[in-house]
Design a protein around this ligand. Structure first.
Ligand code: FRU
Length: 482
């Protein structure tokens, strides 16, 4: 451990101690999501289950609520629900990472935990350099940096980052998010037999993918995995133009499904699909756990999205991670459902069966609060509109004639109403996780998800169901504890 590392750790700890009380006072502090102890959190990193324990690292700026020379914060859990804060895993202490230990991933090998991440460097002229770095640990808590294992290959600008490493058929592979010299976003793929010598194979979305010639100028945080008989490439492109209801956030996250030839790394794939329909979702990462589940966690935030306007910055912290979601693939479409372990947070249960609402707005007894799981099953909808209002701040609106499902909320920048939509064949179920300042809405058993922050008035805990016609439904509600 270098003196610089010790100093940075000390500084971060001091920042945590200094603002602890203020951070805890924030009414928007969440009850069951991963947050930074102080400062800014962005991408989930190094998500893995190792020796039974789930490890979740995250991009962390301890000193303020903006971006900068990132650390890796660290949480562990036995159940993906209750998380314990651990010693800071990485500090930007070495020359090859002096402007940030940027995003990366974890693997287990030879009884050790390995981290691969991007060392971000800005030289005296402000020019960027990018190094892929390896660190190892025997106990999963203390990490030793082994230095740079990948230098920037030819063909890319220094926007080359976020290595995701995995093993396949006895070989190691790494995908990295990149920008090529034509200012196109791409995913580079590398291969290694020993984790330290890496050979660049090429781009995953190779030359045959003409359709991607104008598909963003940089792709961040790639992830490539096998699921239900296919390969799935998850990536977060920057620079897509809004197209109807698609690509409405500043940057997007989505996936391609196809087949990969691992000798060349090339993927034959279908169209790009967005992973989430909400306002805040970016840079997700997956892992396969010891039960064989492919689990995804995202950052409930988006870069360059008026971050200073989030009211939590007054309390010296910002952002959270999403709940962990199990992925399944059906006919080349990803379905996402919250991990079943979350049911251990369920407190008091309220059930309303065969509720009929007719041209009215109603609240249901005991269906209120700031922290709940809500399950709504729609039996019949004879109406132009059916909607649920959350704490007089966000509204989910379904219009059966067009199949449009819309989430509206009050913007935290100017308090105007803003919306995100997608189109469904029909709406049958909604599983909604509300926390003090977040909503995660799983539609039709994971067919679509809306992930968003919301900052309602503290005293308003109402949930209101409304329609201009007739709706018959069942509603289950559980209070959600810490
Ligand atoms: C995505 C990202 C990554 C980078 C990290 C820096 O949000 O920009 O590409 O590694 O955040 O914090």
């Amino acid at each position: 451990m270098s003196t610089r590392d010790e100093q940075l750790r000390k500084d971060a700890q001091e920042a945590v101690e200094k603002h602890k009380e203020l951070v805890q006072k924030d009414p928007y502090r969440l009850n069951y999501h991963i947050m930074p102890p102080v400062g800014l959190l962005n991408d989930p990193n190094g998500f893995i289950q190792w020796k039974g324990i789930y490890h979740m690292f995250y991009q962390w700026m301890p000193f303020h609520t903006g971006h900068g020379a990132k650390f890796w914060g660290h949480y562990t859990s036995n159940d993906l629900v209750h998380w314990q804060e651990e010693r800071t895993a990485l500090t930007p202490s070495e020359w090859y990472e002096k402007n940030g230990c940027y995003s990366g991933s974890a693997i287990a090998h030879n009884d050790q935990l390995y981290l691969f991440y991007t060392g971000n460097v800005k030289d005296e002229k402000g020019e960027r350099e990018s190094y892929q770095v390896m660190a190892t640990s025997k106990d999963g808590i203390h990490f030793e940096k082994q230095g740079v294992v990948v230098q920037l290959p030819e063909g890319y600008t220094a926007h080359f980052r976020d290595p995701k490493v995995w093993q396949q058929n006895g070989k190691w592979y790494m995908v990295v998010g990149t920008q090529n010299h034509q200012q196109q976003g791409r995913v580079a793929i590398l291969q290694s037999d020993n984790l330290t010598d890496w050979k660049h194979l090429g781009d995953v979305t190779g030359a045959h993918t003409k359709q991607l010639d104008a598909f963003g100028y940089m792709w961040e945080c790639p992830d490539l995995f096998h699921l239900d008989g296919k390969e799935v490439l998850v990536v977060s492109p920057q620079g897509l133009q809004k197209e109807g209801d698609k690509y409405e956030n500043v940057y997007q996250s989505g996936y391609f499904v196809g087949d990969v030839d691992y000798s060349t790394g090339e993927m034959q794939h279908g169209a790009f699909h967005e992973l989430d329909q909400g306002f805040e979702f970016y840079a997700p990462q997956t892992t396969e756990d010891e039960h064989g589940r492919r689990i995804l966690v995202g950052w409930m935030g988006v870069p360059d999205q008026n971050e200073e306007a989030h009211p939590t910055v007054q309390y010296k912290w910002i952002h959270t991670l999403t709940l962990p979601r199990v992925l399944t693939l059906k006919e080349e479409k990803l379905y996402q459902n919250p991990v079943e372990e979350l049911s251990s947070l369920r407190g008091k249960e309220t059930i309303h069966q065969q509720v009929r609402i007719q041209t009215q707005e109603i609240s249901l007894q005991d269906v209120e609060g700031d922290s709940m799981e809500l399950y709504v099953q729609l039996h019949s909808v004879e109406a132009d509109v059916v909607e649920i209002q959350f704490r007089n701040h966000a509204r989910l609106i379904y219009r059966p004639s067009t199949g449009k499902l819309t989430l509206e909320r009050k913007s935290f920048v100017d308090y105007q109403t803003e919306s995100r939509s997608c189109t469904l064949q029909n709406l049958s179920t909604l599983r909604i996780f509300m926390d003090t300042s977040s909503l995660e809405i799983f539609v039709n058993n994971g067919e679509e998800v809306f992930t968003s922050r919301m900052y309602p008035y503290e005293e308003n805990n109402s949930v209101i169901f409304g329609t201009n016609g007739t709706v018959l439904m069942d509603v289950h509600k559980w209070d959600m504890g810490k």
